[in-house]
Design a binder for this molecule. Sequence first.
Ligand code: SF4
Length: 567
Amino acid sequence: MEEEREIMEVDVLFVGGGVASLSGALHLSNLIKEHNERIEKGGEGKKLEEAMIAVLEKGAYVGAHGISGAVINPGPLKELVPDFLEKGAPMEGEVRKEGIYLLTKKGKIKSPMTPPFLNNYGNYVISLSRFTEWLGERVEEKGVDIFPGFAGTEVIYDGERVIGVRTGDKGIDPEGQKKANFEPGIDLHAKVTVFGEGSRGSLTKTVINRLGLDRGKNPQNFVVGVKEVWEVPEGRIEPGEVIHTVGYPHDNRTYGGGFIYGMRDNHVSIGLLTGLDYEDPYLDPHREFQRFKEHPLVRELLKDGKLVQYGAKTAPVGGYFSVPRLSFEGGLIIGDSGSLFISQKLKGVHSAMKSGMLAARTIFEGLLKEDFSASHLESYEKALFQSDVGKELYRSRNFHQLFQKGLWSAVFWGGIQWLLGGRILKARLESRPDFTHLKRVADYYGTNSPTEEQRREMKFDGKLTFDKETDVYYSGSTHEEQQPAHLKISDLDICYTRCREEFQNPCQRFCPANVYEVETDEETGKPNMKLNFSNCVHCKTCDVMDPYEVITWVPPEGGGGPKYTMM
Ligand code: SF4
């Protein structure tokens, strides 16, 4: 029997409480307030009623799932909160010193110059979780309702028009039965629903598929970033200092690189990005990150320091040609959910904020005209592609595809393309979904089993390098254990047969939180998938990388997941 659900009507619903949605909600509140003040002073037009704006956030608090490098271009922030420093925005440091290194296993070569697209002078190092929490406070001050601990689990349609989102039921046991504390989710109906769920948004994905928003576009491509924050002895790195690396531990066919960002109070943010279009079925992004820390450059920095926090997250790097249509009847897509990350610049915070603000402008005009049709909402997309963010996306449009031809091809052609303002390589270079690049073990290693050296196995010392379980502890990730697993595997037989034989179950390696373990029953010799779903840090790698596309990540009961405070 269909559950009776409360229906809540709002004007504007933002799904996801990250920087894109929060910037959108704050800008919309400001636009409405300024408009009404102008009318009160005798300006033309009619006052807008107080619009009800709501933000759904699946994390336990705003910022709990916020993770990025991160270096922010403050342009959109200055527009949104001009006095952000006076208002206590938690900037870790302004970038005054930066360097790029090519790493070999033991050595390093410093680049004599910083390519213009990686120039960060005047930007700020931030902790995205701290920054998001601060931005959330600014939004709440404006009277916007933020609902932390509530995940959107289903999109509600009227025909092909999006009319809102259903939140997840709470109090369901692992067998799908109601527990004593059962609470049905509510249906939030909105004039316009804005999807700002971040990378590989679970509802955004369904909207894109249902409405064919990616028709004629490249597929979205992703990197996974694995990151730790450390406290180090005083004087090791300045707040705001930025170091980027290429090379070790990646080979030149693997997209990605390392980052080291100085934070306040002797903290440092260290991470490694790995493109999910890698070929090696034994590659493990978490282990590669641990190897990165063993490089003398990083080892020396972290010596006598201590691990403070751990996390992981995908980021969309497909660029301009993989941006889906971002507007449709009743809805918009903003931020990383729309693949608006500028991969060549390693930046997505400013583009997410700007997209939220431009969406807010379109929604504000829609409120004035009472028009949320696709033809009105389309003006958001036009404004986005005319903005600085759109120009950055266009200028770097084939960068990721160039990388699929190797590191040096991307550095050379990508650099020239940027310098010439995007005047070469105009046409779309094709790309494929990431998982299609993964090779079968026999194709990658030949018919002999790979050696330990080839598998790059390593022992973790518990001081500099950590296994996944230890790292997950530092993410603070927890989930209600008595609920259905939120990793849905549609066909376990494939896991036990073809995937095991051909790829040796790569989920055990690409998941940075040890969620997937394929055990062999001692008596029967049969494989059994053990899902440690409580470990999940919501990075979405498995949703992208599974070679048979049998894994789907869905939101767990609201409030579950990591509890980031410094990521
Ligand atoms: Fe990431 Fe999937 Fe592992 Fe969760 S289960 S941590 S989403 S790879």
